[in-house]
Design a protein around this ligand. Structure first.
Ligand code: SF4
Length: 67
């Protein structure tokens, strides 16, 4: 099962992820991005892969086994 992990030490809170893909990342306290908690389904996984590529600081990663 694959999940999204966001490294807040690298994140600059640009907001790009939660504005572009609000279904996978929401804006949390202090504008921190908060990824969905559960494992990703097939459709979410495709979106998450582009999310990883689009983060300007490389703060977003996918962790765990692919489905
Ligand atoms: S796109 Fe990257 S740098 Fe911007 S808020 Fe999301 S995780 Fe942080």
């Amino acid at each position: 099962m694959t999940r999204i992990r966001i490294d807040l030490d690298r994140c600059t809170k640009s907001g790009q992820c939660y504005y572009l893909v609000p279904g996978l990342v929401r804006r949390g306290e202090d504008n921190d991005p908060v990824p969905v908690a559960g494992p990703l389904d097939k459709e979410q996984l495709a979106e998450a892969e582009s999310l990883v590529d689009s983060c300007p600081t490389g703060a977003i990663a996918l962790v765990g086994e692919p489905r």
